[in-house]
Ligand binder design. Sequence first.
Ligand SMILES: *[C@@H]1O[C@H](CO)[C@@H](O)[C@H](O)[C@H]1NC(C)=O
Ligand SMILES: *[C@@H]1O[C@H](CO)[C@@H](O)[C@H](O)[C@H]1NC(C)=O
Length: 297
Amino acid sequence: MRSIFVFLLILGLFKCALTEEGFCSAPSVLSTESKSKPLYWKVDNPTLSPVHLQDLPGFTRSVYKSDHALITPESHVYSPLPDWINTSGAYLVSPHMGSHFVMYLAKLKENSRSGLPPHDVERLIFVLQGAVTLTNAASVSQVLKVDSYAYFPPNFEHSIECDALATIVVFERRYTQLPNHVPEPVVNSTDKQPLLETPGEIFELRKLLPTSLAYDFNIHIMDFQPGEFLNVKEVHYNQHGLLLLEGQGIYRLGDSWYPVQAGDVIWMAPFVPQWYAALGKTRSRYLLYKDVNRSPL
Ligand SMILES: *[C@@H]1O[C@H](CO)[C@@H](O)[C@H](O)[C@H]1NC(C)=O
Ligand SMILES: *[C@@H]1O[C@H](CO)[C@@H](O)[C@H](O)[C@H]1NC(C)=O
């Protein structure tokens, strides 16, 4: 009896070693792949999972509802960005949904250059792929690589240029003034930002902009290890535009539960119940727009 059991066990192990695509060998593919790839590569090279759904006619995970939207990469539609040169953009959140800001991905090609935002509109850019060169009115230039970002107060002269290929995510909104408070331009990178306290929560939090009153929004970078989740099931007046930079998980929006992965964008209207749990095998990191420091009235 015992020898048959041992035989079956050995046979089982042997089978596992032979299987290339089966359950036994599945994990290695993902982990070796992501180790050799640059940061945030999935945002620009998304894959639907499972693979057999990738080309299914008419299939999309995208959802658009009155108080939230999930916009997945197969739904992104690029067109030339007005006032920009050699750049195409995909607007993913806009006032048509009820937001007071726009969020878009911009793909800069060879010899590309940004246009300026409309009058009184502030802008934040975050580099996802490649590198861009920033130049201000005094002709001072700086190169921004992946994970770097820049904030331009309203009516601040600047240009973003690229001589190869780069992808950035852009947030713009009409600035809400507060007497005696003036926002300054900011250029920095995520890795230079300190971890902040998150009482009652387990995720890691960084903020890309100063928390002072001059700024009417902030961008949070939130990291979750697989299995970690938000403690608070938030319902609040602030709006959000989210880009999942790394990882996979489940996002709850209202009464819907969505499997999400790197490259997905979410719009959250004020007061939509929201909650996230990180799953999968790697860290989840997302970037989150949030309006702050202003009365909703
Ligand atoms: C766009 O890029 C092409 C190819 O690099 C270049 O020849 C062209 O001058 C650029 N367009 C403008 C308006 O600069
Ligand atoms: C970048 O941010 C860090 C942390 O907030 C700050 O100490 C540093 O001075 C900033 N760098 C620049 C160039 O502003």
